[in-house]
Write a protein that binds this ligand. Structure first.
Ligand SMILES: [Zn+2]
Length: 402
């Protein structure tokens, strides 16, 4: 079976190449803003809204006169940007429609103009010669760009669909989308675990393994607060403000990378080493409405954890079972099933009033999640249909006892 996947890696650009990349990103940003303006003007006047194809024709005309500078960049950069406007525009109207029908409850915002001050942005190639070497990538117009990490991008046996070049806090990246043959995963793991995603720790597993939030993250967040304060005091448009903006961007990128790294390590570990994973069906959007929790939850990026688990489960042939979001996993005693009326968030350990077992809050929740995920699985596929389920549930009972 063929699957599409992405590979992203950092570029090692020289000055000339960096300038060329900036020009391409600039052209993409210009085309995006120009197209968005053309579309909304036409819409306001009640005229037919031009599509990416119409606009591409128009842009080519303009290139011969006032936009001759665009000949300096690959035609792909503006062309792809026009397609992105089309998509942004369609998405907006689709969401408005869904909201009217009551099927969508989130925020709906009209596409915004891209600002250089908000980021250099990116540009994409879908046609032309994209070639990958172990230590470099060749792109239209830009030529061969060296890669910081060698032998990461796939060089053979894949079909390259597109390449996107982007900038973040002074670093340049290329990401390629490829179509490749999926390798059938060989599963050797047979164990099952339940996972409690948390705020104080990133995740607690029912076998007692904990994945803490990296300490460096907390430290960096403190620093972020300070930098943000400093930044807000600088005069708008000043050189010093630009300097502090750059510093802030670097720190933001650093925090994002630390977070990403810990999520990758945790999700790969659990998917690789277990055959069955029970996890709460966290309703992230709903939880974010609770402001006390919002910052902390956004920090642990639970949505991102889910996304990683889902695709890695497929890669390692691991089964993921999400349990009902209203199941009281923290308040239930994993030894005797007694359910507490109330358990405040600040309480980290408690004793069951019924069987007097002491529980660590997160570990107890993880054990319950594991047990319930088996029940849900049994309900879903019929009790007798799978021998694996029977053996797995025995494992769980063993684990629950220990
Ligand atoms: Zn109990």
């Amino acid at each position: 079976m063929k699957i599409t996947r992405g590979y992203k890696t950092e570029l090692a650009l020289n000055n000339k190449q960096r300038t060329a990349c900036l020009q391409h990103a600039g052209a993409a940003r210009f085309a995006y803003n120009w197209a968005l303006n053309r579309k909304s003007e036409a819409y306001k006047k009640g005229e037919k809204v031009p599509t990416a194809i119409d606009l591409h024709r128009e842009l080519n005309q303009l290139k011969q006169t006032e936009l001759s500078w665009m000949y300096g960049v690959s035609k792909c950069a503006p062309q792809e940007a026009l397609r992105h406007v089309d998509k942004a525009y369609d998405n907006f109207f689709r969401k408005v429609k869904l909201r009217k029908q009551g099927k969508f409850k989130g925020k709906v915002g009209f596409p915004k103009f891209k600002k250089k001050s908000k980021g250099i942005g990116s540009f994409r190639f879908t046609t032309g010669a994209i070639k990958v070497f172990p230590d470099a990538i060749q792109l239209p117009r830009l030529g061969e760009l060296r890669l910081k990490e060698h032998d990461y991008l796939p060089t053979s046996g894949v079909h390259i669909l597109s390449a996107t070049v982007s900038e973040q806090a002074g670093h340049w990246f290329v990401s390629i989308q490829v179509e490749e043959e999926r390798q059938e995963p060989a599963k050797t793991a047979t164990t099952a675990i339940g996972i409690d995603l948390g705020i104080t720790t990133l995740a607690t597993c029912s076998d007692g393994v904990e994945f803490p939030n990296p300490r460096s993250l907390k430290h960096k967040l403190k620093k972020l607060k300070r930098l943000q304060r400093v930044h807000s005091r600088k005069q708008k448009g000043s050189k010093n403000r630009e300097k502090s903006r750059k510093k802030l961007a670097v720190l933001h990128a650093r925090i994002a990378h630390i977070r990403k790294d810990s999520i990758h390590k945790f999700t790969t570990h659990v998917c690789k080493n277990h055959a069955h994973i029970g996890i709460e069906d966290l309703y992230v959007a709903g939880m974010l409405k609770n402001h006390h929790l919002a910052q902390a939850i956004a920090d642990t990026s639970m949505g991102e954890v889910k996304r990683h688990l889902t695709y890695k489960a497929e890669k390692f042939a691991t089964r993921i079972v999400q349990i009902d979001r209203f199941y009281p996993s923290s308040k239930t005693c994993s030894a005797c099933q007694f359910v507490l009326d109330e358990l405040s968030l600040s309480i980290r350990s408690w004793q069951c009033p019924n069987c007097h077992t002491w529980h660590e809050r997160d570990l107890n929740a993880a054990k319950n999640i594991l047990a319930v995920s088996f029940l849900e699985r049994l309900n879903a596929c019929g009790a007798a249909s799978s021998g694996l389920v029977a053996t797995l549930s025995e494992t769980s009972r063993v684990e629950a006892r220990t």
